[in-house]
Design a protein around this ligand. Structure first.
Ligand SMILES: *[C@@H]1O[C@H](CO)[C@@H](O)[C@H](O)[C@H]1NC(C)=O
Ligand SMILES: *[C@@H]1O[C@H](CO)[C@@H](O)[C@H](O)[C@H]1NC(C)=O
Ligand SMILES: *[C@@H]1O[C@H](CO)[C@@H](O)[C@H](O)[C@H]1NC(C)=O
Ligand SMILES: *[C@@H]1O[C@H](CO)[C@@H](O)[C@H](O)[C@H]1NC(C)=O
Ligand SMILES: *[C@@H]1O[C@H](CO)[C@@H](O)[C@H](O)[C@H]1NC(C)=O
Ligand SMILES: *[C@@H]1O[C@H](CO)[C@@H](O)[C@H](O)[C@H]1NC(C)=O
Ligand SMILES: *[C@@H]1O[C@H](CO)[C@@H](O)[C@H](O)[C@H]1NC(C)=O
Length: 454
């Protein structure tokens, strides 16, 4: 259906091209780019054959944390047992680092370093909990809890739970109480400087701050991961991707107090497929450009998502004064229910106790496509393209967007945003400024669609 639509759409573009002459070459090239954004998904049957690791089999070497003295009572400190088991598993080919089911392991902030011997599996079936008291956190590791780095070809899986015991951290956040100092808190699980890592089936909950960070990594596949924290827990992003390429998130359900997914600087070829988000702040690219920094994000696809009662839907957020660019993003097949800002580009993002001034420099945003997006909005401004006066957004394309408000009308806000729509676009996005060639293109597509439908 979709393929057919695109084929006929390109047919129309060629027709449009014949009508409008070579003025539309740029736009054809641009829309073609959107189709080239596809990134391989996981082949489930091939990659995740999951026997239960209760006994040795298939030449695997079982490394059970219990054999290294872990108590699993939720009270004793099992950190040393985890470190010892990791050292053994990591240095043994084909080993399975096992956290057995039915028990709770209290583990402190720890770095689990690679590289490891071939074919390591990290099988988490039990619950791993963090110490609850921020005052006793290791001052040398203020931003991590379970930190995995320099891995290559490692599979994390299991039905287990990673629980950050975050409630005291949330209470001590400056977002909760302005008299608290603003300081960072640990990330529950980090995959850093790694490649060919797969994560499947885990539950990550109640993190101190971000739940799952993928940083400086290449080729990461995350599927069937559940992330959960209360709606009012501050800065508890679900999955945060930074300086990473070729990452696929699929079949994940995320509900937290911040972004369900956030994708920031240095990330490219990121695909999200079948994502459930809510509560939370939506699916975000950014923030980028804070403190005059350079932010670059390219090639991002979200295909099939359901967002429910989130404060934002599909968001791109950048600070004034930054540089760099966001280019080549496709959001498609998204259903929203009671979302406050369903479609939003905000180049005036300011998550700061002090006011942010407008500057001449900004992160450039271009080639952003929204296709088959529907649902209900809580705010009147169902679509908001708030772009910098000096660095306008360009080539925003909307196709088959239908956002309604249960009790009232909806509208689109634009500042310094250029682009066009085709098919149904509700609320209308006429405020997107078009140059002449866009107008000619959009007009001829509209005509052709009408003729085709007749
Ligand atoms: C996935 O892997 C299975 C088993 O190897 C194979 O039969 C199937 O064709 C693959 N599917 C795709 C979409 O590659
Ligand atoms: C964790 O580390 C901190 C700081 O090094 C230490 O005070 C504490 O006893 C350790 N264990 C637990 C369970 O918190
Ligand atoms: C905020 O923190 C201050 C100082 O720790 C405390 O006295 C106050 O009761 C807190 N306010 C709330 C609303 O928790
Ligand atoms: C942005 O990402 C690039 C590429 O990984 C990196 O070299 C640069 O230091 C990052 N910039 C910031 C401000 O983090
Ligand atoms: C960012 O650049 C502006 C303009 O040059 C300058 O006024 C401001 O102090 C800079 N901010 C930071 C955090 O470096
Ligand atoms: C549009 O998106 C919705 C929600 O994901 C999906 O159910 C529907 O099949 C999509 N329609 C088309 C024509 O792809
Ligand atoms: C920054 O510029 C935008 C767009 O022109 C404007 O709406 C906003 O009020 C300005 N903000 C400040 C703090 O001047």
């Amino acid at each position: 259906m979709d393929k057919f639509f695109m084929v006929s759409f390109f047919g129309l573009l060629i027709a449009a091209h014949a009508v409008a002459g070579n003025m539309v070459y740029d736009n054809i090239a641009m829309l073609g780019e959107f189709e080239n954004l596809d990134i391989e998904e996981e082949n489930e049957s091939e990659l995740f054959e999951v026997p239960s690791w209760t006994s040795e089999r298939g030449g695997k070497v079982l490394v059970n944390v219990d054999s290294f003295g872990a108590a699993g009572d939720g009270v004793s400190d099992d950190t040393q047992a985890f470190v010892d088991a990791w050292n053994t598993a990591c240095s043994t080919p084909k080993s399975v680092f096992l956290v057995p089911p039915g028990r709770r392991y209290l583990v402190n902030a720890t770095r689990f370093k690679g590289p490891c011997a071939d074919k390591l599996v990290v099988q988490i079936d039990g619950t791993i909990v963090a110490p609850a008291e921020p005052d006793n956190w290791d001052p040398k590791l203020p931003r991590i809890w379970l930190d995995f780095s320099k891995l290559n070809g490692v599979l994390f899986q299991g039905g287990g739970v990673i629980d950050g015991s975050g409630s005291k951290w949330w209470a001590s956040s400056c977002k909760k109480n302005k008299s608290n100092p603003c300081r960072g808190a640990p990330t529950a699980i980090t995959i850093d400087s790694s490649s060919a890592v797969k994560v499947r089936g885990l539950t990550i909950q109640n993190s101190q701050q971000m739940h799952f960070v993928i940083s400086r990594s290449d080729t990461v596949r995350v599927s069937q991961v559940l992330v959960s924290a209360p709606e009012d827990s501050p800065n508890t992003d679900g999955i945060h991707i930074t300086e990473s390429t070729n990452v696929v998130l699929q079949d994940c359900k995320i509900g937290t107090g911040d972004d369900c997914v956030s994708i920031v600087n240095g990330s490219s070829s990121i695909k999200m497929k079948r994502i459930f988000c809510g509560p939370g702040h939506g699916i975000s690219i950014g923030s980028l450009g804070k403190d005059n920094s350079t932010g670059i994000v390219t090639k991002v696809v979200l295909d099939t998502a359901y967002l429910r009662e989130t404060t934002n839907g599909l968001r791109i957020k950048t600070w004034q004064g930054g540089s760099g660019y966001v280019c080549g993003v496709r959001f498609e097949n998204v259903r929203m229910e009671d979302v406050a800002n369903p479609i939003i580009i905000d180049q005036f993002y300011c998550d700061s106790p002090t006011a942010c001034h407008n500057q001449t420099s900004a992160v450039k945003i271009s080639q952003i496509m929204y296709r088959n997006i529907s649902g209900t909005t809580k705010s009147e401004k169902a679509m908001k393209f708030a772009c910098s006066d000096t660095v306008p957004c360009s080539n925003i394309v909307l196709s088959n967007v239908n956002l309604e408000k249960k009790d009232g009308s909806v509208e689109t806000y634009c500042n310094s945003a250029q682009g066009f729509g085709y098919g149904i676009v509700h609320p209308s996005a006429d405020c997107l400024s078009s140059n002449d060639k866009d107008a000619a293109l959009a007009e001829s597509i509209r005509d052709d669609i009408i003729h085709t439908e007749l």
